[in-house]
Design a protein around this ligand. Structure first.
Ligand code: COA
Length: 672
């Protein structure tokens, strides 16, 4: 097995066969959800669910049946896929049913002695190469696994509720584990749609240190405020306040255990609040329904909550428990924070984070304090992963919550990485790929659009800002290759088409869906294809005005895609080889007036029959023709930026963006 710890887990080739039989121990809250994730991700898998109580197993299997029924009803799962999920799925109270498993995942009660007994029982029944993982949220792997005969095949994989949908999984990198095991697990999770977060073997790992201490601090604050007041103030930072979340988890006694563990190991300041032992249900306010809190009290609560968050953040980073970018992403995705703590820190006015931390240190002696200047804790890349394969830098777009959608901060980050390395003689060039297997990039981040609507200048300027990277790519001497691991939509395709070559997974496709949103692709799609692949002009007309999909194979036939790849490993290998092949080759000059086939508004209908906005299709037609008539590439691109600005001022744009964000179909009949 490969043991290189790439930042993008998929860059390590899958060097172990796919598991065929997985055992999940524990049919309580999270075990069945993990089982459902595994079965939907790998429907051919045999899965055995073990519990000491048959009624728990029966209830768990009924829950899985219920999930599949709902998924089918909502159109998320096809009927044959649902049948496959429920096939080869069995429950048992007998550990002998685990014989033949190549992976056993324990999700039982948080009790070290019990876990020792479980793993001894498991080890007696499975092959010595079978993987063993625990879903403990607090007990260090070294303690859970050290007594095993073969601890090197074991580690903690910590899921978050609801485990079938929440993508975050902490993968614990403890010294006793075979490094290749950790590499393989991260690869497996990433390839099955999860977000593996590499975490050191500290008690409570990374995210529970944040969550448990956040809740504990909230409970300590009950000396000066009510649960409803605290949840209301917490609403500034999280989608649901700590007491509301504790109610969802039915009192969450786990905090007593996890904070006792931290207190015993790291100091009394972590001791759980007494009140946890006596209260099971909190009287609080629902998310989005805050109650009035007096200003002084509000400031005190806010400072304490922010204080514990920042204090845990500096401690986690100083101790190397996780990376800064993973911490931010994990807090948002796994714990429901509106912003990661480092993003929060960046957004505070000068000196505010230091003031909050100093106050927290005074009020909560013993709690971790910053050991470096606060700016030093910020990640160098927030939205990217950067790896090196031989002499090629592989840049991975990582925004899993938005299918790697682009915004100006992300494009500026890519540009900064390229600028930092392009002068380095040891670097031959770059590959850009998307995180995971579903999307290269789902286009521009639609969440950023509402603020631009109605302001042509601001929208055109945003397009120019997002294009800083693209204009730089045009002039680069070192090759940049786009590796399309999945869908490349809108701005994602516009980024790919500015790269010096495109390699695509056979299952990938390209699309310019902007017209269906009442806007248009303003950063090159109305310009570049007509200059780079003039023979495919008719295809691009259809993509721009009807949102037609371009499958990778057809794009390859048209010369838009240079090479097709069979899987992710091949994609990266071929993209790296392309970089070498292109090294030293000059790029074609894209200046000059172009003659293009006529393009008309037509019936303003999308390829799938949906009504589009005739106004927007008209703007696209005009811009494509205007850009073709421009004598230089720079002038042609400017036509695109301005057209984007003009589109942002239409009623269709307001309707299209609002409908996407409101998860409904747009009505362009009413807007024109
Ligand atoms: N900007 C912001 N968020 C985006 C996004 C984008 N371009 N594309 C996808 N997302 C988000 C979705 O809103 C969703 O968020 P949620 O989980 O909070 O609801 C998440 O990414 C996953 O996408 P989802 O829509 O659930 O996946 P799907 O497989 O059902 O559909 C798409 C995938 C790509 C068809 C659909 O997400 C889509 O139409 N995206 C917009 C594509 C687009 O128009 N791009 C051009 C933008 S100018």
């Amino acid at each position: 097995m490969t043991s290189t710890l790439f930042a993008n887990p998929l860059l390590a080739p899958a060097s172990r066969p796919q598991p065929r039989h997985i055992g999940v121990i524990g049919a309580g809250a999270i075990g069945p959800d993990i089982a459902y994730y595994l079965k939907t991700a790998r429907p051919g898998l045999k899965l055995t669910l073990i519990d000491i109580r048959q009624p728990a197993i029966d209830a768990a299997l009924a829950r899985l049946r219920d999930y599949t029924d709902k998924a089918v009803a909502r159109g998320k799962l096809k009927l044959d896929a649902a049948t496959a999920v429920m096939a080869d799925l069995a429950g048992s109270t007998d550990y002998d049913a685990l014989k033949g498993c190549d992976w056993v995942l324990e999700a039982a009660t948080e009790d070290l002695t019990l876990k020792h007994r479980i793993f001894a029982d498991v080890e007696a029944r499975v092959a010595e190469t079978a993987i063993l993982t625990s879903n403990t949220s607090s007990l260090p792997a070294a303690r859970v696994f050290s007594a095993l005969k073969h601890p090197e095949r074991a580690t903690v994989t910590h899921f978050f509720a609801p485990a079938w949908r929440n993508p975050a999984v902490e993968v614990i990198n403890w010294p006793g584990a075979d490094p290749a095991l950790v590499v393989w697990l991260r690869h497996f999770f990433c390839a099955t749609g999860k977000l593996p977060l590499l975490t050191a073997d500290a008690p409570c790992f990374m995210l529970d240190r944040v969550f448990d201490n956040w809740c504990n601090e909230a409970a300590l604050l009950l000396a000066q405020a009510t649960a409803a007041e605290i949840d209301s103030v917490a609403g500034k930072f999280v989608h649901a306040g700590p007491f509301f979340v504790l109610n969802l988890a039915h009192g969450n006694p786990i905090i007593v255990e996890t904070n006792t563990l931290q207190a015993d190991e790291e100091g009394e300041h972590y001791r759980p609040a007494q009140i946890f032992r006596s209260v099971e249900r909190w009287v609080t306010s629902a998310p989005g329904k805050p109650i009035a809190v007096a200003d002084g009290k509000r400031a005190d609560i806010r400072d304490r909550l922010l204080g514990v968050l920042l204090s845990q953040t500096v401690d986690i980073l100083d101790r190397g428990i996780g990376s800064a970018a993973d911490l931010d992403l994990g807090c948002r995705i796994a714990l429901g924070f509106k912003q990661g703590p480092l993003d929060l820190m960046r957004g505070l006015v000068e000196g505010e984070a230091a003031r909050v931390l100093e106050r927290f240190a005074r009020e909560r002696p013993g709690m971790p304090v910053a050991k470096r200047a606060l700016a030093a804790y910020q990640p160098s890349e927030r939205h990217l992963l950067v790896d090196r394969i031989d002499d090629v830098l592989v840049i991975t777009l990582r925004r899993p919550e938005a299918l790697n959608a682009l915004h100006d901060e992300m494009t500026d980050e890519i540009l900064a990485v390229i600028r930092r390395h392009e002068g380095d003689p040891a670097i031959a060039g770059f590959v850009i790929v998307g995180y995971g297997t579903k999307a290269f990039c789902a286009g521009a981040d639609i969440g950023r659009f509402p603020s631009m609507l109605g302001d042509a200048q601001a929208a055109a300027q945003y397009a120019r800002d997002c294009s800083r990277l693209l204009v730089h790519l045009d002039a680069m001497r070192k090759p940049v290759v786009a590796a399309l691991n999945g869908m490349a939509l809108g701005g994602g395709f516009e980024l790919a088409m500015r790269c010096h070559a495109l390699v695509a997974d056979r299952r990938a496709f390209m699309q310019l869906p902007e017209v269906t949103l009442g806007i248009l692709p303003g950063i090159g799609a109305m310009v570049i294809p007509y200059r780079r692949w003039p023979d495919a002009a008719a295809v691009f007309h259809g993509m721009l005005t009807r949102a037609e999909r371009l499958p990778a194979k057809r794009a390859h036939d048209l010369g838009v895609i240079d090479e097709l790849a069979d899987d992710f490993d091949a994609l990266i290998r071929q993209a790296v080889a392309r970089v070498h092949k292109l090294a030293g080759q000059p790029r074609a000059n894209a200046d000059g007036v172009r003659s293009i086939a006529p393009l008309e508004v037509g019936d303003a209908k999308a390829a799938d029959g949906r009504q589009l906005s005739a106004t927007i299709v008209g703007l696209i037609v005009q811009a494509v023709q205007g850009a073709a008539a421009a004598p230089t590439l720079a002038q042609a691109l400017e036509v695109g930026y301005r057209a984007f600005g003009a589109a942002a001022c239409t009623a269709a744009a307001g309707e299209g963006i609002a409908s996407f964000l409101g998860r409904r179909s747009p009505d362009f009949g009413a807007t024109g």
